[in-house]
Design a protein around this ligand. Structure first.
Ligand SMILES: [Zn+2]
Length: 434
């Protein structure tokens, strides 16, 4: 066991020091001046002559402490050697790994980087950027088994009338096979009815990716059944319908343009936007003459609807769906709208805040290759014409990707809990405080 030369100052630290140095034999010493070294210097690695003690190098970690690592010198050839200090590095790693775990837990609970930095101020101050870099680096290292067998399903309801009786049709469709899992009629659509229907037809112990519309009851119902296993995607087509309904049928070119810019968040409507922007610049020529303006408006809208129809027919000929934007593009388009949010009508403002609030649930499909963004298959199933979605490939967004990864890690118990508490870890450093 290492020899520890105590002074009155470090007398009480003996147990902590013994703990730190417990891997070293009694050929080592910790001197009263706080130098860690071999009692008898080693032989020179170059000329094999015995070396002598030759002072020390201080190793400091801001806010934690300092240790002096002994140096040796060969009197024969003059070469120097510093004692191994990996135990000191290991102590730091232990503490910083434990910080990384702490950051992950806080990020899992959606604490912002600024928030974590504020919390760290009372533990061991770390800047927002230091935390962000440490978190990203750590997440890069983490691997989640990709074989997680996730079931991808569509859920929707129809409310048909059977004679005078109002009925409720609940439907589950498998996204991969496009086959119905279940399709049943009920007398009501209480949360309990829906829960029972889902429990009966899906394995709640397996992860599930489920697409639904924006019905406010769904998040709670699904969370209760699937808990952490749930990946809940909101249908983008339903979102588009809501956006269209925010604008009056008989609308101005300006409003039409704004509508298409909202639709352009997730789907590529650049063509329509370009067309409308050109029309809008023409409008300036007639805007001062009321009669001319009205006439122009009518004509302009007719031109636009024709153009829009041509695009639609062309897609149909080519058997193409409306192309989805990449996640980066979607985020960019959305942010651009948010920057001017104050200038829009209240309805549009509300819609944008709603998209903002549900952003994660609107974009989850980007992270699961082949996952659907809409409930179109179930809509077509209801209208009895089955068609399949194109497979989409997307680039990924690190922020949300990490968030999803954390959820998976938590679910799979992969978040590595440290063996020691912060208090215990900090105590390791107390003998070295300066
Ligand atoms: Zn030598």
């Amino acid at each position: 066991m290492v020899t520890i030369n105590l002074t009155l100052n470090n007398f009480s630290e003996l147990p902590a020091l013994l703990n730190v140095f417990d891997r070293f034999g009694n050929d080592y010493e910790y001197t009263t001046r706080g130098i860690f070294r071999r009692k008898i210097p080693p032989v020179c690695s170059i000329c094999s002559a015995p070396m002598v003690h030759n002072g020390y190098n201080p190793h400091t970690k801001q806010g934690l402490g300092e240790i002096n690592i002994g140096r040796y010198k060969c009197l024969n050839c003059g070469s120097t050697y510093e004692e191994d200090h990996s135990f000191w590095e290991d102590m730091k790693t232990l503490l910083f790994d434990s910080f990384n775990y702490f950051f992950q837990i806080l990020r899992y609970h959606n604490v912002s980087y600024d928030g974590i930095s504020d919390i760290m101020d009372v533990i061991y101050p770390r800047s927002r950027n230091t935390i962000l870099r440490a978190f990203y680096k750590e997440m890069e290292k983490e691997t989640v088994p990709s074989s997680e067998n996730i079931r991808i399903v569509h859920y929707d309801e129809q409310h048909p009338k059977e004679g005078r009786c109002q009925k409720y049709r609940l439907t589950l469709l498998d996204a991969k096979t496009q086959r119905t899992i279940a399709d049943e009629l009920f007398e009501d659509k209480n949360p309990e009815t829906i829960k029972e229907f889902l429990r009966k037809n899906l394995d709640a112990s397996e992860p599930v990716f489920i697409v639904t519309d924006f019905d406010k009851r769904y998040p709670d119902i699904l969370k209760e059944i699937f808990g952490d296993k749930l990946v809940h995607q909101y249908c983008l087509m339903h979102l588009n319908k809501l956006i269209v309904s925010d604008f009056p049928k008989n609308t101005t070119i300006e409003h039409e343009l704004l509508k298409y810019r909202l639709l352009n968040i997730f789907y590529n409507r650049e063509n329509e936007i370009k067309f409308l922007e050109e029309l809008l610049s023409e409008e300036l020529n007639v805007i001062n003459n009321k009669e001319k303006h009205q006439e122009w408006s009518k004509k302009a809208k007719k031109e636009f609807y024709q153009y829009r129809n041509e695009l639609k027919l062309e897609r149909r000929r080519k058997k193409e769906n409306l192309p989805l934007n990449s996640l980066e593009k979607a985020k960019y388009n959305f942010n651009e709208l948010m920057e001017n949010i104050r200038t829009y009508d209240e309805k549009v403002q509300k819609r944008l805040w709603m998209i903002n609030k549900h952003w994660l649930n609107l974009t989850l499909f980007y992270y699961l290759p082949g996952a659907p963004a809409t409930n179109n298959p179930i809509e077509s199933y209801y209208s009895k014409s089955l068609k399949t979605d194109n497979k989409k490939q997307f680039r990924t967004d690190k922020g949300i990707e990490n968030q999803i990864k954390l959820t998976q890690m938590r679910r799979l118990n992969l978040l590595k809990k440290p063996q020691k508490s912060f208090l215990e870890l900090f105590r390791l450093f107390t003998p070295f405080k300066f």
